[in-house]
Write a protein that binds this ligand. Structure first.
Ligand code: FES
Length: 580
């Protein structure tokens, strides 16, 4: 379906606040003038809210305050009226108990910030993991014209002559210290080498993956995802996006025009091609839920099943985002998908053009970074969705980050009832565990942790690491950092805290994993499983007040995006009782 721009000029939403001579309008407009805005800015031109997740406490987005000035310049140039609005910013590396618990709170608060204020369009200034989905969820709920501007990744890290990636090498070095292969002093010296410039994680972690998803969905201008934070072209991108949002408002080009089922399917395939984070699964399901698009876990498996990972980036591969940019960035990947008939070329983007129009001219400048389809990094790169009596609603695994020899395995369960139980036992040499066992972690899902922390890639026991073993199967209802790796089965649903079968796995049970067969099986009889489930009691009490109560009471399963149930669906931007 071709997009038909709306007629311009026409009366915009902001006129409800700024047009006329009533007492209310004078109140809204007059108070704005205390900032020195002249009369003619309130003449019906598009008012653009620059929703900025800048925060000194969100270091990955620490440069967005400055970058917003370039967005403003673009909006002024195109005849709009830019107004910058600070919004809830949850830093992945700082927020406790986990930033994920606050993704939905951020989305809720930002949705109301959009709806309750005189915005005609929005620029979503994001970067760190949760900031991107929370703003996209809010924009989908309100359905005002919106464009994503990410802050861009950090420059490459280097340590002792080795390319080191944010997050990925934190896990690697931490394991190396435990295994006795690295000293604590070396670990400390590596700290600043990994994070040497402004920007988000420079691996294909969750921030880079969500930047790629934004572009593949069509919600960001083409080429946005990979430009390093400190590259002058990042600032050019910000300015161009500022110009573009003004025209989007005039055309009335909204998220609902862009965020269609085919756009999500394109993004899922793109996630497989870039070796994207497992976290994109819950975020994309949540964004689709807000938009009213029927996207399911099965769509992830169906669309991603025959996608090869062609991007050679950490944690699956070798390089970092800086090299991805130099190689041509995401347009090259999308073009390769389109040429392999794995992309719906007609999907609309915020540019007003189709995704194919945007990427058809892309040129690959480094075939080792962006591999040819017939020489991929990993043959099967899409997210695998496993089901069985241990995960009736599904669990996920990222094959490109897993070990081939563990893709079909039967092992004895070593159970940790929660993350504290894991921490208490894992370093104990008396723990009855070896590399053939399957580590099972419970009570770390959306309700359980609470907030579904990134602890699913639990470190291996030191006594196994000392044998030179680098990977074991781990199963949990938690998430893992997009920068992490290993044969890690995540998001097991229903989660343990909701009484899912994961809750009743016992030490010594045998578990069968068959990734090709998409099977996750607890090898006990149906009668035994039913008996254990009927005897099950929750391990932790639900919070009694505050946001923790709201979250634990209303959060839904990871299999549908872990959103708060009452926030699903598009409520639109009209101020009224339906939105409150
Ligand atoms: Fe913020 Fe990785 S911790 S982008």
């Amino acid at each position: 379906m071709t997009f038909k721009p709306a007629k311009w000029p026409r009366r915009l939403r902001s006129a409800e606040w700024y047009e006329g001579s009533s007492k209310d309008v004078i109140y809204h407009r007059g108070w704005m003038k205390n900032q020195g805005y002249p009369d003619d800015l309130f003449d019906g031109r598009p008012v653009i809210g620059i929703l900025n997740t800048w925060s000194d406490m969100t270091p990955c987005n620490g440069h967005l305050r400055e970058l917003a000035e370039k967005v403003k310049a673009g909006i002024w140039e195109a005849g709009g009226f830019p107004l910058e609005v600070p919004v809830f910013s949850a830093s992945e590396n700082t927020f406790r108990p986990t930033a994920m618990m606050f993704r939905n709170l951020a989305a809720l608060s930002i949705e109301e910030q959009i709806r309750g204020q005189p915005m005609d369009g929005c620029v979503l200034m994001v970067g760190c993991d949760k900031t991107t989905p929370s703003l996209l969820m809010a924009a989908a709920s309100c359905d005002l014209p919106s464009i994503v501007v990410t802050g861009g990744p950090m420059l490459n890290g280097w340590f002792q002559g080795e390319r080191v990636g944010a997050g990925t090498h934190l896990w690697r070095f931490s394991e190396a210290v435990k295994a006795g292969d690295m000293t604590q002093d070396e670990f400390l010296n590596a700290e600043t080498a990994v994070t040497r410039s402004s920007g988000s994680c420079n691996t294909m972690g969750t921030a880079s993956s969500m930047a790629a998803m934004s572009e593949a969905l069509g919600m960001a201008l083409s080429g946005n995802a990979a430009i390093p934070a400190v590259d002058s072209r990042r600032r050019v991108m910000a300015q161009l996006s500022g110009r573009r949002i003004v025209q989007m408002v005039k055309d009335d080009l909204k998220p609902s025009d862009v965020l269609t089922k085919k756009a999500f399917e394109n993004a899922i395939r793109c996630n497989g091609a870039v070796g994207g984070s497992t976290n994109t699964v819950v975020h994309m399901l949540a964004i689709a839920g807000r938009m009213g698009v029927d996207l399911t876990l099965d769509d992830w498996d169906r669309c991603g099943r025959d996608i090869s990972t062609i991007l050679n980036l950490q944690p699956s591969g070798e390089y970092l985002m800086e090299e991805f940019f130099y190689a041509g960035g995401l347009p090259v990947v999308l073009k390769r998908l389109a040429e392999a008939n794995k992309l719906d070329k007609d999907a609309l983007t915020v540019s007003g053009e189709t995704i194919w129009d945007e990427v058809k001219g892309a040129v690959n400048l480094n075939e080792d970074v962006i591999r040819p389809v017939d020489n991929p990094l990993t043959e099967k790169g899409g997210i695998a969705v496993l089901k069985g009596n241990l995960a009736p609603k599904g669990a996920i695994l990222k094959p490109s980050a897993a070990s081939p020899h563990l893709m079909q395995h039967r092992g004895r369960a070593v159970v940790f009832e929660d993350i504290d139980d894991y921490k208490a036992q894992i370093e104990d040499d008396a723990l009855d565990i070896d590399e053939t066992c399957i580590m099972v972690l419970k009570n770390c899902g959306p309700k359980g942790y609470p907030g579904m922390a990134e602890v699913g890639n639990m470190g291996l026991p030191p006594k196994v690491l000392k044998k030179g073993i680098k990977d074991m199967i781990r199963i949990s209802d938690a998430r893992m950092s997009g920068t992490a790796y290993g044969t890690v089965i995540l998001h097991t649903s229903p989660e343990a805290a909701a009484g899912g079968p994961l809750a009743v796995v016992q030490n010594g049970d045998m578990i069968e994993v068959d990734v090709e067969g998409r099977r996750l099986h607890l090898d006990i009889s149906d009668v035994e499983l039913a008996q254990r489930l009927s005897d099950w009691q929750p391990r932790h009490e639900t919070a009694r007040s505050g946001y923790a109560w709201l979250h634990q009471t209303h959060v839904e399963g990871a299999d549908t995006g872990a959103d708060l149930g009452f926030l699903k669906g598009c409520r639109g931007a009209a101020v009224g009782k339906d939105s409150h």
